[in-house]
Each structure stands twice: as C-alpha cells, then as structure tokens.
Design a protein around this ligand. Structure first.
Ligand SMILES: [Fe+2]
Length: 456
C-alpha cells in the first residue's frame, strides 16, 4: 500500500513538473510574449492596468558626455526624480549623487512620460542611475563607458518595425551570442524601430517591450538611435508625434532644452556624432536633408576628432546603394528616389573624407560591400557599405537594382556584433540560429597611416 502511495506521489510530482515546464516554455515563447504585451497595452488603454512603469528608463547616447533618459508610467506619479552618479575607473572616493528633476509630459491618461539628461560625465568609466517617485521606483542600473583603447562591443540592428515576434527571436539569438549577464556596451539602431511613429502601441509592442524582455539592453547599454522614415514625425509643429524619438534635442548645448521649440515639441534635429571606443560615429537623418545637416556633415568629416579616430563610421538609415525593394513601390510610386541625396551628395563626401564604414538599414535584408574609395590603388584605402535591415520586419527579397558591388547578400533576419578594439574593428553578422553569415575586419597598423584597412 505504501509503495502505491509513493508511486502516486511521484507521478503527481512529475505531472506538476511537466505542467511547470510547459508553462515556462509558453511564457518564453515569442508569440505569447507579443500577445501578452498587446493585452497589457489594451488593458492600459482602458485604464485597467495598475500604476506601474510602462517603460523602464531607456538610455540614449547623447553626444560624448551626456545621456538622454526616457521612462513612462501608467499613472501620474508625484515628485519624480532621476538619481544618478558617475564613477572613474578604479577605486576612489564615493561619487557625488545627482538628483535630476525630469521633464514631464502627459501623452494621454495612460501614458505619462518623463525625460532627463545624465551628464556631463566626461572621464567616467561607469554611470549608475535609478528613477523613482513617491509611488514607484526602478532597480539601480549601471552601464560602462569604455576608454579609447578598450574593447567596445556594439550591437547593430535595424528595421524591427512591425515584426515584434521575429524581433524577439533575434533578441534571443543576441542574448545567446553575448551570454547571460553580459551584453554589448552600446546598441546602434539604424532606424525603423516601429511601423507608425504616432502609434503608442507600436512603440510599446515593437520596440520597448521586446527590448526590455530580450536582455534589458536599453537599461544597460546606451542606444545610439539613427532615425528611420517610420520613426519620426517630420512636421515642425508643436506637440508633433515625436514622443519617444526626440532624444537628440539639446545635443550640443544642454541649454537648448530650455528652448521654446523643445518645450512645445516642434524641435527637429537628429544628426549628431560621438565616439565609441576608438571609433568616431556620425549619425545622419536620411529623411530630412537640410542645409544645416549638410554643413554639419562637412564640419564633422573634417574635424580632428573624426580624422584622428582609428575607425571612421557613418550611420544613416537609407543606404547609398539599394538593390532590394518592392518593385511596384520602387518603380511606380517613386520610392527609388527616396534618400537619393545619400548617394548623390553624402557619399561623395564619405569617400573624400576617408570614411571606413557606412552602416544603413531600410532595406530588409543584409548586404555588405567593401570597395576602394578612389581609382588610385596605391592609396590602399577602402570603404565598406553595410545594410543591416533584418531585425524583424518583413523581408525584401525582390531585386530592383544591381550595383555590381556587394560581396555578400543574405536574405533573412539577422543582427551584427561589431567589436571595436585598440587596432581592430571586427564585424560579424549572425542569423537567428546564431550562425555567422558574414564577417570582415578593419585593422590599423600601430605606426601605419590611418585608413589602411584590409578585408578578411
Ligand atoms: Fe526605412
């Protein structure tokens, strides 16, 4: 009798373990996670959600020594504050704690947005922060700021728009690549994070929730965001739809935060530049060419910071050379002319000013081309064009042009790990299974001239 009882108990325990295992599998399933986010968003829109953080603080790189932080709650929350502190490398005296009062914007009754600037933090090796109010508080988050000669790991993704379930699978692969508890030092997102800039649900379901569930990189690896055509409202009007993608206002002078254009929501400037380890990166807004941006690009390309950098990179959403798109939209709707200025105006400057690498999205697949910048082979300098538009959106598989220049074409979803070391930039593109589908390196000789790279 006792044996029967023990057997029943064991069977019961095994059944419970099986149910738990199935529940865990379900909870981690990307489709279930997407559905759960959609349900939460629906409930929140009907004020059936408890007072909570809807978006944990997301950190955007904001020039070389500032960070823009945005978070959101489902309820208005009094006395909000961003507590932050910066530490130098090694042990030293306890850092000064800063308590920054964030800007507050009621987007609607269920979306309460807070933004604040961390910085200046020049010389700091680590920055920690937490957001709180009298009702809510986040955990403490920390991110590292790598020195010029330290390895800086940059995750490169783009075009997760309208593909949250695939994006979650890509994020699973990214987490497997970096390992649990580890991750990149920065995330370079080359645009089209959402389908509709004015859809709060798209921002939640397609960008913020997957990123929070898939490694939490927005909290611990500053995001360098390159605006895509779906990401920003191009109207220069007060209270336009740039509710989350207005992170670059006040980039050069934080006094700009007091400008009328910032306060009424009509501010519109997305181009900027920053250093990532030994690389200098220029971010351009492909959708909004302007005399201001052209002047900025020329100035930055000629700058000592850019020319003296070991690796010179430009990130712009629309690639100079596209080959895949919807043929009807490309030929009949005039979309072949989108962003032509990137090829006709900017690319000439990229080549003239020794840009090493141009990173783009927009086209939903992967292509990479490494070519000489000019006709003279003695200069031995090359420029690489990479398209990384495969983080989740529906794929582009139909060829509309052939530039006879791409070394690699991969028509599936992917991400790129870009590791910047003292003298070597190493680029590996991975598919969802984690298999490397393309790689190259740019190397610098210790005493050699800048610009002497080689392809592997
Ligand atoms: Fe795009």
């Amino acid at each position: 009798m006792a044996m029967v009882r023990v057997r029943r108990l064991l069977l019961f325990a095994a059944a419970q373990a099986l149910v738990l295992w199935l529940l865990c599998l379900l909870a981690w399933n990307p489709r279930v996670q997407t559905a759960r986010t959609a349900l939460g968003d629906w409930l929140n829109g009907r004020h059936l959600y408890p007072c909570a953080f809807l978006k944990r603080p997301a950190v955007f790189a904001h020039g070389d020594s500032h960070y823009y932080v945005v978070w959101e709650t489902t309820c208005a929350s009094g006395t909000p504050v961003l507590e932050w502190w910066a530490e130098a490398a090694g042990s030293g005296p306890a850092p000064v704690r800063h308590y920054t009062k964030p800007s507050y914007r009621t987007i609607d009754g269920a979306h309460h947005r807070y933004t604040a600037i961390i910085g200046p933090v020049a010389g700091a090796a680590r920055v920690s922060y937490k957001a709180s109010s009298y009702r809510l508080s986040t955990a403490q988050h920390t991110f590292s700021r790598r020195g010029e000669s330290e390895r800086t790991r940059v995750l490169v993704i783009a075009d997760n728009q309208n593909g949250p379930t695939v994006f979650r699978r890509v994020l699973d692969a990214i987490q497997r690549h970096y390992g649990s508890g580890s991750g990149p030092d920065a995330v370079l997102h080359v645009g089209d994070a959402v389908q509709s800039v004015d859809s709060l649900g798209d921002w939640q379901k397609q960008m913020f929730s997957p990123m929070e569930d898939g490694g939490g990189y927005l909290q611990r690896a500053p995001l360098v965001f390159v605006p895509g055509n779906h990401d920003h409202d191009k109207r220069r009007t007060p209270n336009n739809a740039n509710v989350y993608a207005d992170m670059y206002h006040g980039l050069y002078r934080t006094d700009d935060l007091d400008s009328v254009a910032v306060k009424n929501g009509s501010y519109h400037r997305f181009h900027h530049s920053l250093s990532l380890g030994g690389a200098r990166l220029i971010v351009l807004d492909a959708e909004c060419p302007s005399e201001e941006q052209s002047a900025f690009l020329e100035r930055e390309l000629r700058s000592d910071a850019f020319q003296a950098a070991r690796f010179r990179i430009v990130a712009v959403h629309i690639p100079p050379f596209m080959e895949f798109w919807d043929p009807y939209a490309w030929n009949k709707k005039g979309e072949k002319h989108w962003g032509e200025h990137v090829r006709l105006e900017y690319n000439r400057l990229f080549r003239e000013h020794r840009v090493d690498l141009v990173i783009s999205g927009h086209q939903h697949n992967y292509q990479r081309s490494t070519v000489r910048r000019g006709e003279d082979p003695a200069r031995a300098s090359t420029i690489t064009y990479a398209i990384v538009g495969g983080a989740g959106g529906a794929l582009d598989r139909k060829r509309v042009e052939d530039w006879h220049m791409y070394n690699t074409t991969f028509l599936d979803h992917h991400f790129v790990a870009m590791d910047i070391d003292d003298r070597r930039l190493s680029w590996t593109a991975h598919n969802i299974a984690g298999t490397v589908v393309d790689s190259f390196v740019i190397e610098r000789q210790v005493h050699g001239p800048p610009g002497a790279g080689r392809e592997r």
